[in-house]
Design a protein around this ligand. Sequence first.
Ligand SMILES: Cc1cc2nc3c(=O)[nH]c(=O)nc-3n(C[C@H](O)[C@H](O)[C@H](O)COP(=O)(O)OP(=O)(O)OC[C@H]3O[C@@H](n4cnc5c(N)ncnc54)[C@H](O)[C@@H]3O)c2cc1C
Ligand SMILES: NC(=O)c1ccc[n+]([C@@H]2O[C@H](COP(=O)([O-])OP(=O)(O)OC[C@H]3O[C@@H](n4cnc5c(N)ncnc54)[C@H](OP(=O)(O)O)[C@@H]3O)[C@@H](O)[C@H]2O)c1
Length: 492
Amino acid sequence: MMIGLLLRGWKQISSKSFCSLNHKPLHVCVVGSGPAGFYTAEKMLKAQERAQVDILDRLPTPFGLVRSGVAPDHPETKIVINQFSRVASSERCSFFGNVSLGSDVNLPELRDIYDVVVVAYGAETDRSLGVPGEDLMGIHSAREFVWWYNGHPDYHNMTPDLKSTDTAVVLGQGNVALDVARILLRSTSELQKTDIAEHALVSLHESTIRKVYLVGRRGPAQMACTAKELREILGVKDLQVHINEPDLVISPAEEEELKSSRIHRRVYDLLCKSATSHQQRDLVAQRELNFKFFRKPHRFLPSEDPLRVGGVCLEKTCLKENGLSGKQVAVGTGEFEELSCGLVLKSIGYKSLPVHGLPFDDYKGVVPNVKGRVLSRDQEEQANLEKGLYVVGWLKRGPTGIIGTNLYCAEETVASILEDLNNGLIAAASTSPKPGRKQLLQILESKNVKYVTFSGWEKIDAKEKFEGQLRNKPREKLTTWDELLKVAHHER
Ligand SMILES: Cc1cc2nc3c(=O)[nH]c(=O)nc-3n(C[C@H](O)[C@H](O)[C@H](O)COP(=O)(O)OP(=O)(O)OC[C@H]3O[C@@H](n4cnc5c(N)ncnc54)[C@H](O)[C@@H]3O)c2cc1C
Ligand SMILES: NC(=O)c1ccc[n+]([C@@H]2O[C@H](COP(=O)([O-])OP(=O)(O)OC[C@H]3O[C@@H](n4cnc5c(N)ncnc54)[C@H](OP(=O)(O)O)[C@@H]3O)[C@@H](O)[C@H]2O)c1
């Protein structure tokens, strides 16, 4: 209600200030070159002939989680990179890699020089469990593990220990949990044909992990993954799957829940099918996947080495309907169980980080917004729309949704930008036009920031593909900052 009034007021004021700067370029800066950033750039360029879009990213490489999140054995998902590359090749679009918001440039600087700033820098940290022992060695977030096997330059030194144990526990049952479990369980003869980072391939080849527990605090009817990804892990070669059949018995309330969610229904049906088919198969399996439902982490247990993890103590849960949301939530029963393991991957969701000058909701880990327009609160807790500042992607909605979800998300944010533009809220109100890219280059030069252009990225791309060809892989990723920058800045 308040926000609706605010928007109406905003439009009334704006229509007065509408004047024509229609022939001047509209300088747009998008921070973050993941799907949300690229879809926003694409839509802005299409919708506004006078838009000039600069895309900034802290990495020397573009494409966000399409490069550093999507699993190496999902090459078809990465094809979207071709579409993003076409956007970057537009003469009205420029990419500036190796430019970090918060250290190389700050938000007030960008807002000073651009008519529109869209923050799209994703979610680069993790939700924490907040249970004792979380700091023990051998416990990693799935994000770290994924960045490691995908060759993210911040994680090439990670060296997860896959050789001192035969058991890993993955906490969480979303698609990321399935990705990391599959990478642990899949044979390296299959992985070696993918773009997995070489250091990860070597380590996985020497891995002694044979058993993976996939632990969910709720039941099979609430599993957070999708059917395609579940089917894929159930189909991993030479894998014995264990599902405790009594866990598959569902209540009438859950039956109702399943009727309203096709995704959950398909996942549940697959689990039921798998429980019976795996029982019938007399498999001499090399590896084992164990689904543990209705268990939430209570604390981590040390091994003989008091600094290393040796197990997880899980509390059994049951489901209770949350009065407010009507959702089935997990509540502890006071009954506990211990699982021994030498590796834990916490896959309970990503979280965005705040940057100076940007309103941020610490609890939800998102930038408060109305349809992508950034919203701040003044000292009297009054809501204000931040002129010319927008948000998109995981930073706007929280860390859920597939690549395509960001397309709709970008459409919404761009529609808000265009509406504000038509209402004279952007650029028109300022007497002196903003300088955009010209000034950005001066700032970067004055701070000695060695930014990477899109053609710098193309050099990295060519080098990686060349190295990949030699190893029969689609690409061999460069995994250190030094190598990436050296290749990007190499004069032909
Ligand atoms: C492990 C994993 C696997 C996934 N697999 C799939 C899949 O197979 N299929 C699918 O459809 N979806 C998949 N997804 C979901 C999909 O990747 C996301 O929906 C999407 O990437 C979110 O887009 P985004 O642009 O908001 O964030 P991101 O893709 O994270 O992009 C954010 C960008 O901002 C940059 N950045 C961060 N901080 C700064 C800063 N301070 N300054 C400048 N730049 C900064 C980052 O380097 C990054 O390039 C996966 C997600 C994860 C985590
Ligand atoms: N192939 C693909 O398409 C693909 C691959 C990877 C990722 N993605 C997408 O990327 C997004 C992020 O995936 P994600 O797996 O990180 O997130 P997610 O789908 O939100 O799953 C998070 C998991 O963590 C659990 N969890 C959260 N907090 C917990 C806590 N405190 N204790 C125990 N468990 C907890 C959740 O259980 P509850 O359900 O009980 O909350 C859920 O099982 C998703 O939209 C996903 O579909 C897609």
